[in-house]
Design a protein around this ligand. Structure first.
Ligand code: KG4
Length: 335
């Protein structure tokens, strides 16, 4: 079954063709990051307009790259939530029009379910049940994936997402948007151990997380240095910051593994590309005897193939939608 997948929840317009949820036939992406870098972050109105400009040509490219004509496509999958509402609406509306014009099913896909499904494309042997750590620009979740479409949240951030925190910290360190990758590169230049940063715990919710205090601490350190003329060891701060994010994510993830008794851990989302977090997860899983799947870097960020992959399993579970399907800025992964 060939599925045409659409992703437009943030600043990536992406269209892909995937066969039977596992085989990528094409994966076309138009990134808007350069444009948003001028403003230091995503400007929602610009994101929506850019999606409108890119999506039709990108769909043609995805079909062409896959060697498919329109009649070869069996269903359309679209990320319908969560994300920037105007941006999500563009991809979803276009996907609806394609499904309607071709007379084929429309499948709604939760964006974070898509991130998790990116792993099915890289690892043919991977099957639920497993535990997933989903860490992206807008979401930070610990998810129990009981089967392909049955998931529930074990822990989540109470405020900022891990990626959002990376982007803000990077910005005050003078790095370009999106800040995760340059922070990663800067952090590798230092062993750290210079800055003491807060590690928040949520009372009564040991698997929940909080990143806003950490973000504020980095902002305050940078502003203080600017005002007093004190030299900031940027590489050490990047390292200590990344370690603090990892100290929040990794022990909670391993505690969730222990509590659920799951034997497999899957990482997903843009922040799963971070070299220090990857190394720390590898070590923790080795020590705890848990099998770890880390997606290749190209599948960590937003893409269309992850939406088409999850779309296959949603379709098999009978989750097709009608033309009344709406876009949502927020939506639980379990809904
Ligand atoms: O999954 P993604 O592409 O988009 C969302 O669904 O949100 O994630 C984007 C986030 C950005 O915040 C970006 O800075 C972060 O992933 N990111 C990283 C790295 N590469 C991307 N964060 C830390 N280390 C990285 N190497």
């Amino acid at each position: 079954m060939k599925i045409l997948g659409f992703e437009s929840t943030c600043d990536e317009t992406a269209v892909a063709v995937v066969e039977d949820g596992r085989r990528v036939l094409s994966d076309a992406i138009a990134s808007q990051a350069d444009m948003h870098a001028l403003y230091g972050g995503v400007v929602p109105e610009i994101a929506s307009r850019r999606h409108v400009e890119a999506i039709a040509a990108l769909t043609e490219k995805a079909l062409q790259d896959a060697g498919c004509s329109r009649s070869d496509i069996d269903a359309v999958a679209a990320a319908y939530a969560p994300g920037l509402i105007g941006a999500v609406l563009v991809g979803l509306s276009f996907a609806k029009s394609v499904a309607w014009a071709l007379g084929i099913p429309l499948i709604p896909v939760h964006h974070i379910r898509g991130h998790i499904a990116a792993n099915y494309l890289a690892f043919p042997d991977l099957e639920p049940p497993f535990l997933a750590l989903a860490i992206s620009g807008g979401n930070t979740l610990l998810v129990d994936v009981a089967d392909y479409t049955n998931m529930h949240i074990l822990g989540a951030t109470r405020d900022d997402a891990a990626g959002e925190c990376f982007d803000k910290a990077a910005r005050v360190l003078g790095l370009s948007y999106p800040g995760g990758k340059p922070m990663d590169e800067l952090a590798q230049q230092s062993a750290g151990g210079v800055y003491r940063l807060p590690h928040a715990h949520v009372d009564g919710a040991p698997l929940d997380m909080s990143f806003s205090g950490l973000k504020t601490a980095v902002v305050n350190l940078a502003h203080h240095a600017e005002q007093t003329g004190e030299r900031l060891d940027r590489a050490a701060l990047a390292r200590d910051f990344t370690q603090a994010v990892s100290d929040t994510l990794v022990p909670r993830t391993m505690e969730a593994v222990r509590l659920t008794g799951r034997k497999i851990l899957v990482a997903a989302g843009g922040v799963a590309a971070n070299s220090i977090i990857r190394a720390n997860l590898e070590q923790a899983c080795r020590e705890q005897g848990c099998k770890l799947y880390l997606p290749p870097l190209r599948l960590c960020g937003d893409n269309g193939s992850m939406i088409a992959a999850q779309g296959y399993y949603e379709y098999r579970a009978g989750h097709a939608a009608g033309m009344e399907l709406n876009a949502y800025a927020t939506r639980e992964i379990s809904e």
